[in-house]
Ligand binder design. Sequence first.
Ligand code: SF4
Length: 331
Amino acid sequence: MKIRASIGTAAVLGLEKILLQAKPTTAYLLMYSDTNCLSNCSFCPQAKESAGRRDGLSRVLWPTYNLDEIIDRIITQETGLKRICIQTVRYEKSDEDLLEILRRFSENKVSTPLTVCCYPITKEIFQKMKKFGVTRVGISFDCATPELYDEIKGKKRGTNISWNTMEQAIQDAVGIFGKRFVSTHLIIGLGETEKEAIQFLQKFHEQNVTVGLFAFTPVKGTPLEKHPQPDIESYRRIQLARYLINAGKTSFSKITFRRKDEQRDQILDFCVKKEEIEQVISYGKPFRTSGCPHCNRPFYNESPGKDLYNFPVELTEEDIAVVRKSLIDSF
Ligand code: SF4
């Protein structure tokens, strides 16, 4: 059976020889399909109508390997991998193929925790996934509001998975996998305001769903190939707000937003003491890749050497100084 692995994962497993500036701490695997995904997200090269590379996702390449070889290397090598994340592609027999992949992991007694990042699936399949050892599930809204979702992933893209279907699947998954064992992703830069992003973060925090933040990354051959990446200062404010909300230090109802036209709905005040914010920034934690434990997705949204939206490793003093500078007007 074939499966794709991110090029960084393949390098950690000894399948590719490339120099890694930061090693992934999660093995990122992507289901293989001969056809494009039945979903049609306008940022994704795997989408039904995309003309992008089939071995691409965000700015990362995903070559194809044999699943048994991947499993064998995960079991027998010292990789430092602390999680395995299997990402699904939707096609006619994808439910069956996903379960087959999981069955092989289970039969081989792979002890590394397994996440499946999937489209909305029935409760029955969630139960089977759990039986095969999956401990966490990710179901990605990607968009902050139902309107954006319809435009970028839903109705207007000709697909039948609605925002409500996604919400139901998230609730089903929480019922089966437990509170804080279900994640969703939010991509910043798809047209949402900061206020809408914070409202999304608050909503899922209250539902005990963790949110992994990503920065929109244009990919050639997709309808959004010319769409810009988000402003880094705005991204930092949202990262900081996410951290403060999760830590119970603030909430959407306490945060205030700017009203002026060009800055409308930008975060004005986190409603947290300046010294406390300073301390949180100096940890660096809010600016690390977020989502499931040990998910670091190195250089998923940015090229090495450029400003990092998500830091895959601990921030240096120098990194923290740069981040602090970009946030200075916000508190
Ligand atoms: S946060 Fe990371 S490990 Fe979790 S589902 Fe998303 S990509 Fe996978």
